[in-house]
Design a protein around this ligand. Sequence first.
Ligand code: PMV
Length: 311
Amino acid sequence: MKATAFAPVNVALIKYWGKGDEKLRLPANSSLSVNLTKMGTVTTVEWVKGLKQDGADERMIRHLDRIRGLAQINLRAKVVTENNFPAGAGLSSSASGLAALTLAATAAIGLKLSKKDLSRLARLGSGSACRSIPNGWVEWQKGSDDKNSYAQTIFPVKHWDLRILAVILSQQEKKVSSTDGQALAKTSPFFKERIKGIDKKIINIKQAIKEKNFKKTGEIIEEDCLNMHAVMLTSQPSLMYWLPETVGVIQAIREWREQGLESYFTINTGQNVFVFCEPKNEDKLVDELSHLRGVIEVRREKVGLGARLLA
Ligand code: PMV
């Protein structure tokens, strides 16, 4: 009746921003991501006979309700969850958190779900959580209903040793959650244009990843990140997740690139920045990034596996 799971943070190369169906958490567009090796959430779930209330926050309780429905049980659960990174600042804690909860809670009650069904279930908890279930390089096909909207591995971990640096700027939590921000996406005049171009972008980036073409992959990552933030900035009300230090990192990356030190950035709903680079430039970039104004910490990451049981 008890299980512990780890789920990694996943970083989107092509972002999910805006829903097609709110209730089923079907996205307006397909998206593509990599899992990280170390940053993530460890969650223990124990279903306890006689317990009157779940020991969990509201969002988790709604997810436990779904799992109770699937397992046809009426038990409550104790949940202990820990992120090994600052939550609520654009490092995708809801993705790793809801993916870890999905795996731990279903395993603890003896439900043996396939990766596909775990991904579908995690999606209902937090859209991007479905991408923290499969291993390595992952694509979430938007699908058209609850059954066919889930994430799958498109390339294994070992396909390409890219490095991801998580640049942590501030421990401050964002004011508008991803869920609330997502709901505003459609108010941007750029939203429809963004959606129109996504399928082509996904085809192009998959080809670039297949060929291990770093420049092409990086350029698409940045283009899509800025495209999503343009939608955020022009939604009503306007959303701006960046701090001045976030812009400082972007400018530094562009300058270093001109000087031959190549890396590309992406940013989620928060001030922190993820930087993609090749192994040969990792040490130099960590050093340079650590010296920028406002940088608290730079974490070194690689492409990693998806959610797994620890106990
Ligand atoms: O799954 P949500 O509702 O937390 O939204 C994720 C939003 C982004 O991180 C900005 C983009 C993405 O695809 O991960």
